[in-house]
Design a binder for this molecule. Structure first.
Ligand SMILES: [Zn+2]
Length: 125
């Protein structure tokens, strides 16, 4: 194998680098397209700003429309393609947590309500 830089034959035919000039040998060297990769990684590494957490967590406390806005924001963040990944995973996790909490709350309230109704009907009989 001949060196592409200086044209000389390296002493060791299996060498990765030229003995004379140190150039990387071999034709199957593809420089990695790192530019896009690093841009994506740095984007991903960015944390969701604190104020975003604060605003979203306060939404359910707004009477009536708060819960709807809260769910709309989380669904939009969790499933829109324009949203960066950190916010997306935050929204999905929060949404899942909220749904679980609501289901649990409704189950408990249902059990309580059912118990009260049973008690009332028992009194009436
Ligand atoms: Zn060379």
């Amino acid at each position: 194998m001949q060196c592409t830089a200086c044209g000389r034959e390296p002493m060791n035919p299996n060498a990765n680098y030229c003995d004379y000039c140190g150039t990387l040998l071999g034709t199957e060297v593809h420089p990695e397209p790192t530019e896009q990769k690093t841009a994506e990684t740095s984007k991903e590494a960015k944390m969701v700003p604190t104020w975003v957490f604060f605003v979203v967590m306060c939404l359910p406390f707004i009477p009536m429309v708060g819960w709807i806005a809260y769910l709309v924001v989380l669904v939009y963040w969790g499933f829109s393609n324009d949203i960066k990944d950190s916010k997306k995973s935050f929204a999905r996790a929060t949404l899942l947590y909220t749904v679980l909490a609501v289901v649990l709350m409704m189950t408990m309230m249902g059990a309580l309500f059912g118990g009260v109704m049973n008690g009332l009907s028992a009194l009436q009989l």
